[in-house]
Design a protein around this ligand. Sequence first.
Ligand SMILES: Nc1ncnc2c1ncn2[C@@H]1O[C@H](COP(=O)(O)OP(=O)(O)OP(=O)(O)O)[C@@H](O)[C@H]1O
Ligand SMILES: [Mg+2]
Length: 372
Amino acid sequence: MKHPLRFFRSSLKAKLFLSYLIVILVGVVVLAGAVQIQTPAAIQRHIERMEAHLGSDPGLAEDLRINFIRAINEITTTAVIVSLIAAIAVSLFTSQRIVQPIRAMMQASREIAAGHFNRRVTVISEDELGALADSFNQMAEELELTEQRRLHLIGDVAHELRTPLTNLRTMLEALTDGVLTPEPSTFQTMNNEVLRLQRLVQDLQELSRAEAGEMAMFPEWTDAGELVSSVVDRLALQFHDKGVALHVNMASDLPKIYVDPARITQVLVNILGNALQYTPAGGEVWISVRRIGDELRFVVKDSGRGIPPEDLPHIFERFYRVDKSRARTSGGSGIGLTISKHIVEAHGGKIWAKSKGVGQGSEFGFTLPLRN
Ligand SMILES: Nc1ncnc2c1ncn2[C@@H]1O[C@H](COP(=O)(O)OP(=O)(O)OP(=O)(O)O)[C@@H](O)[C@H]1O
Ligand SMILES: [Mg+2]
């Protein structure tokens, strides 16, 4: 059995009930007090007025006074008892009404903590409690979405890892059975799968850091022109090998920008790399850098395969690929643009993608603010 004082301290319902009771008691005491104080004088006045009819019998007047007071006391007592009972009943009901939704929220939050993310509370009132229940439900909604994203992520990662692992296993089995001959090309293919796995793990690590907002940034005053030129130099050979022409167009007097050069290089490599990857031989890629107002605008256009309009809004989502076939032997895992978006936004810039449709080429661009 709980100590009564502790029970009152820990129960909102008891506290509410007690506070109602105190208000009622004060009301009743004041009422009874007022009746007690006023009654003798009032009765005296009335008896004096009645004296003309009663004659001057002092015994009768005294009798009348005592009986009057008794009657008033009787009525007051009954009224006090009845009103106390009614008030207790009403305050029990009201405190129950207030406490019930709070209890429901408590129960729901326990269930959510236990993993039942679809639990909600029903909002009945339009007062602060209703608003609290509303924001509680919103929070539950967010938690549910986060949980869904987490589950999807695990599913996606497992899927991505499965393909190269299956390929490796098939090849190892074929080697063991003698179906496949141990030639350098075989090991080269296997090595490619291992490299793919390694890159995927690195990308995932980077992605999780980016999504947690923990990507380390080391900004410094950087020459945008030099940065673009170095990326272009780095990829020139790959463009040449595939037979895709790369055109660079930028002003010679570009202002310096305060960015992490390694990260912006990564964004440019991702976007230019995509342009190269998704543009067939004989195609063209243009990169331009311009100052527009108080920002630098980088744009990469290609004459490649383009992006269908229904895929365009999802292109920056992680693991999103237009070509969803998991059997593809080349191609990435759909993380590059997600990381790029995080990097650009961490620098206070914006990134976008445009395409008129399949076969019509694509345009990827991003801005970086100039801080003067
Ligand atoms: N220039 C482009 N032309 C056509 N489609 C593109 C282009 N750039 C990106 N895409 C589409 O967007 C998807 C996502 O690009 P993203 O760079 O994020 O992933 P990825 O290239 O598949 O893999 P990785 O993580 O290795 O970069 C690509 O799979 C491709 O379908
Ligand atoms: Mg890519």
